[in-house]
Design a binder for this molecule. Sequence first.
Ligand code: AMP
Length: 286
Amino acid sequence: MNTLRTIADLRRIVAEYRSSGQTVGLVTTMGALHAGHMALVGAAKAQHDRVVTTIFVNPTQFGDPSDLENYPRTEASDLAMFEAAGVDAVLIPEPTEIYPEGDETIVETTRLAGAFHGAVRPGHFRGVATVVAKLFNIVQPDAAYFGEKDYQQLAVIRRMVRDLHMPLDIVGVPTVREADGLAMSSRNARLTPEDRAAAIVLRKALQAAQEAATAGADIAALETSIRTVVATEPRATLRGLDIVDPETFDAASGPLDRTIGVMLSVEFGGILLLDQAEIGPEGHSS
Ligand code: AMP
């Protein structure tokens, strides 16, 4: 595996792949890797000759400086995991490499960035779209792989790629979970043991919504069932609950006569956890 620190070095390696006609899949991460990230690598490896990854804790997507400072950084074990998974090249740039002196260009999906999770994290999705656009331009992959766990992030990236005519495919990968159903996240390690145990309430709430859907509930009743379950956990504070049309990302309401996307964010002692499900009239979920 090649570990590169500069854009020029990464481009040289990718040019070698391209000169022999090989295809390239990209997985972007902020490090602190777990099995969820590895599922993205596995999906990329199954479809491409070469897999390129990035580890970059992107400062522009953090609102709270202490959240950025406390974000886990585990480079040595990250590199070992990528190597074991058969990654070909990993870019680990400094912030000044990605945001050169005088950098002033941003990418923003104007409506989506401010809606739903974006409303509680101002500037977050602008930071995500901007850094992902830069990484796409640096690597120029055939396809890039993103987790469905970060449901709105995936929608923002699909919209950006469509609107800016970026020449690559975006592939969504189902959420990888712990044995008890908690979605894997680099933030889980920061939970106290009590909060970790309580955090299964996200999955329980989404399961209750699926059961309500199977029993014929409408979207308002689905929302109530989620709020009721989260309220049973005293350690949990509901931060976001949004139900959307998966294609348009407009807020969904009324009868449950089509598949809808549910995005849930719940805080435990200052740590924000996200989960998501797609639910149809039959209660099907991803
Ligand atoms: P992050 O390092 O948190 O920025 O995540 C990098 C990529 O991994 C994003 O596309 C995430 O959506 C994806 N990801 C994070 N957690 C999971 C998970 N539990 N299952 C699948 N993909 C995930």
